[in-house]
Write a protein that binds this ligand. Structure first.
Ligand code: TYD
Ligand code: MG
Length: 458
């Protein structure tokens, strides 16, 4: 007889409790506990002669650290330069990588495209689409795809058996929420099922030295369903994001045991799949001939890559007593702070105005150096005076209106120079040791927002 066990599990972080709780003590979310029935079939477990059993464990023995060979040289490099960059230089054998993103953003397209274009064998397992549907998608992407094997299956035991027989260089699972393990009775996509399946995949990856990519859907709240528990099981978490109204997609590293988390991959969704964008600046600057007020260009750095991005502000007279504040691609609270700084330190009043802010391409920028460009765009729109299109900005704005230093300022200047900008505004404190004579671009140093105001508009 199977032992039946019931628990309550948090659908956000995976914490469990023997009884229902309103607020999860681990992640602080409300109403996330759901009842799950777990029954462990002891008979199937003892029959199991696969890699799950104890025998394998007895093979492991302690090894002195200097005797362990580092696997760095054996990374698998893919033809997708953006993906290699985000993973820190290629796929590490035996690693488990989670790729999260909202439905319809392009996760399946990204990985099917990878599977079709790599020179090594890949097993692509889909629990969401049938073979024919995948074939239709593959036809849109195009390519030979000699090494790509497709399997429509959701049972983890069968999947791992096939993977063991085929011995591909990479296994792709689309998606973790559709898998079910025969060792557990709960529904596919439930917390315990997701945890068990991810655990099995992890053991498979580590023992067979075959890397596994897992696709995971993100719920509305922005966390991958059953997610925090996945985040610490896997070696790397990549997030595929973007505004569905735009064609740009960004692959961001959230966690990486084998590389930096600053890196960023940029793609463009086209009719025939995703195209790598190796020179993002040219896409993120809007093409226009005339100078319009409210627009300024920021020299930002994402990861190790400099990008020039247009920021746009619209400041208009408000018809409501409470003026509107809206921001796309930028933190609304930070916009509020910048407005407060302009009011207090530069005497520019926005209290009677609606303020709208937009970052080109629907891209979310984390780099604080974008502040100076946003401030310039806000002032430009308020005063209705245009900033010339060949001027750009890189600086963080502090609470007392000071322009603070940013990292890698030379790289930003170089990129702006390369793209033909004539002037770049940076913090005065960033100019120390800077050889401005090397560039054609004129470097202008400012120390306070008031100074920027006078430099630009007076
Ligand atoms: P998909 O990879 O199915 O998203 P996910 O797996 O993250 O749910 O991508 C879905 C979107 O991508 C869909 O709206 C159509 C679009 N798309 C293209 O624009 N071009 C293409 O070549 C393909 C395959 C999809
Ligand atoms: Mg999909």
């Amino acid at each position: 007889m199977a032992k039946v066990k019931k628990i309550f599990a948090c659908s956000n972080c995976g914490a469990t409790s023997p009884k229902w709780i309103g607020k999860c003590p681990h992640c602080g979310e409300w109403n996330t506990y759901i009842e799950e029935v777990i029954s462990r079939d002891t008979v199937t477990e003892s029959k199991d002669k696969s890699w799950r059993t104890q025998e394998k464990a007895s093979k492991s023995k302690p090894v002195p650290l200097p005797e362990i060979e580092a696997g760095e040289t054996t990374r698998l490099t893919t033809p997708d330069a953006e993906l290699n960059r985000v993973l820190g230089g290629g796929i590490v054998p035996g690693s488990l990588v989670l790729i999260g993103g909202q439905p319809g953003i392009g996760k399946s397209t990204l990985l099917l495209q990878l599977a079709m274009h790599v020179p090594f064998t890949i097993l692509y397992i889909s629990g969401e689409e049938s073979d024919e549907q995948i074939k239709m998608r593959a036809d849109r992407i195009g390519g030979e795809a000699k090494n790509c094997y497709i399997l429509s299956e959701t049972n983890t035991s069968k999947i791992l058996k096939h993977a063991q027989n085929l011995r591909p260089s990479l296994v792709i699972i689309d998606s973790i929420q559709t898998l079910s393990s025969p060792h557990i009775d709960s529904m596919p996509g439930s917390v315990s099922q997701v945890r068990e399946c991810a655990g099995e995949l992890q053991r498979f990856a580590k023992e067979e030295h075959i890397p596994v990519f897992i696709i995971g859907h993100i719920t509305k709240e922005g966390s991958i369903a059953g997610p925090k528990l996945l985040e610490h099981i896997v070696d790397a978490v990549l997030q595929f994001e973007g505004d569905r109204n735009y064609t740009y997609r960004i692959l961001r590293t959230i966690k990486n045991r084998f590389g930096s988390t600053d890196e960023l991959g940029i793609y463009e969704m086209q009719a025939s799949g995703l195209r790598e964008v190796s020179n993002p600046s040219e896409l993120l600057l809007s093409q226009k001939d005339e100078d319009l007020s409210g627009s300024a260009v920021a020299a930002t750095i994402e990861g190790l890559r400099p990008m020039l991005i247009e920021t746009q502000a619209l400041v208009s007279t408000s018809v409501y007593s409470a003026p509107q504040r809206s921001a796309t691609g930028f933190d609304l609270r930070r916009l509020g702070m910048l407005l407060a700084v302009l009011e207090k330190r530069a005497g520019l009043f926005f209290a009677q105005n609606d303020v709208f802010l937009n970052i080109a391409g629907g891209i979310r920028v984390d780099d604080p150096a974008i502040d100076l460009s946003i401030v310039a765009a806000l002032i430009s729109s308020l005063e209705d005076v245009a900033i010339p299109t060949d001027v750009c900005f890189a600086g963080e704005v502090g609470l007392s209106g000071e322009i603070r230093t940013v990292n890698r300022v030379e790289q930003r200047i170089q990129e702006a120079n390369r793209l033909g900008f004539k002037e770049i505004y940076i913090s005065k404190y960033n100019t120390k040791g800077l050889d401005t004579g090397r560039y054609d671009i004129e470097v202008k140093a400012v120390s306070k927002v008031q100074e920027l105001y006078y430099a630009l508009f007076k």
